[in-house]
Design a protein around this ligand. Sequence first.
Ligand SMILES: Nc1nc2c(ncn2[C@@H]2O[C@H](COP(=O)(O)OP(=O)(O)OP(=O)(O)O)[C@@H](O)[C@H]2O)c(=O)[nH]1
Ligand SMILES: [Mg+2]
Length: 377
Amino acid sequence: IDDVVQVLFPSPHVPAASALLTSKMWPEVITSFYGTMSDLPKAPATAPRGDKPGTDFSYVGIDAILEQMRRKAMKQGFEFNIMVVGQSGLGKSTLMNTLFKSKVSRRSALPVEEDRIPKTIEIKSISHDIEEKGVRMKLTVIDTPGFGDQINNENCWQPIMTFINNQYEQYLQEELNINRKKRIPDSRVHCCIYFIPPTGHCLRPIDVEFMRHLSKVVNIVPVIAKADTLTLEERDFFKQKIREDLRTNGIDVYPQKEFDEDAEDRLINEKIREMIPFAVVGSDLEYQVNGKRLLGRKTKWGTIEVENTTHCEFACLRDLLIRTHMQNIKDITSSIHYEVYRVRRLNESNAHPNGQAEGEQSILQSNGVPEVLSHEI
Ligand SMILES: Nc1nc2c(ncn2[C@@H]2O[C@H](COP(=O)(O)OP(=O)(O)OP(=O)(O)O)[C@@H](O)[C@H]2O)c(=O)[nH]1
Ligand SMILES: [Mg+2]
């Protein structure tokens, strides 16, 4: 590292420049430096503000790392996994089709013949490769069957929790593998959209139960389903009531206050927190409105335009997920939710180093990597 410091930051700038780098940044800087040396923009031959040309070393080119990161990200592409959960018939499958058919991906919309969405009967993932301005993204939607339809709905959140934990487990196993893949496929659920029925009253015990348990393992974004069935006053009242219910039940939905990074972040997220839950309307059918073809729901009294923010908040939800907060949602998944899972699993394995553990623990032991586990902790 010392050698690299000397190359990157010729004296006398070494202390100042290296002080800027946290230990977290080192691998990034070093690999980028060696990996793309020929791509680096050359330091100006004449010093930008220097007095003697050729002798001013004040430009080290740190800003070029942004370009290197951009190029790397463009090559790798992005993965984003969204899950939808809620009672049967609330429009989960429809909303996901809306997302794919909306501006996110007009080109890769589902085939037209699939016009009637059947009842979902099993957890199913659908992936779409989307490309915009050279940036590739694999958007995966995990559709789940309506839940809470039984007479006894106790622990009905459990299969969803198991699915989410299974994805963490897969990722953990890949990380622990001796021959690790260069890039681990990420099937972790980055965000779970929870559909609240448009009752106009308050959260039901089953909603509270689900979100209370699941908000500890995944980013939850609650939405009011089929918001076209509520009047504007009902919608405002219901939204306020839900926020109150979430507060009194200690449910922390996305964006969680405690993970705001700075004052600017807090300001932006505070606005979102005031809007939550988004009142959404879904549709995968297009209609002619004022000469334009728009996704909407046609009724006797007019057409609800799904992507029009004066009609509903679908576009706000889409922008939050895709345009403004995708990276943050992924970061929280990886550094908070997955981390909690990882630490718990590794502690469990350490508590049973001789493989006495049953069930889940034995998976780790059967991988034959107990040394790695104890080393990690
Ligand atoms: N009024 C209204 N109806 C909707 C909306 N979204 C979907 N629907 C209708 O509600 C019905 C059920 O929609 P689905 O998308 O199949 O519901 P789901 O939540 O996936 O249902 P399961 O798969 O059984 O869990 C369909 O007839 C949709 O056309 C909406 O925003 N407003
Ligand atoms: Mg469905």
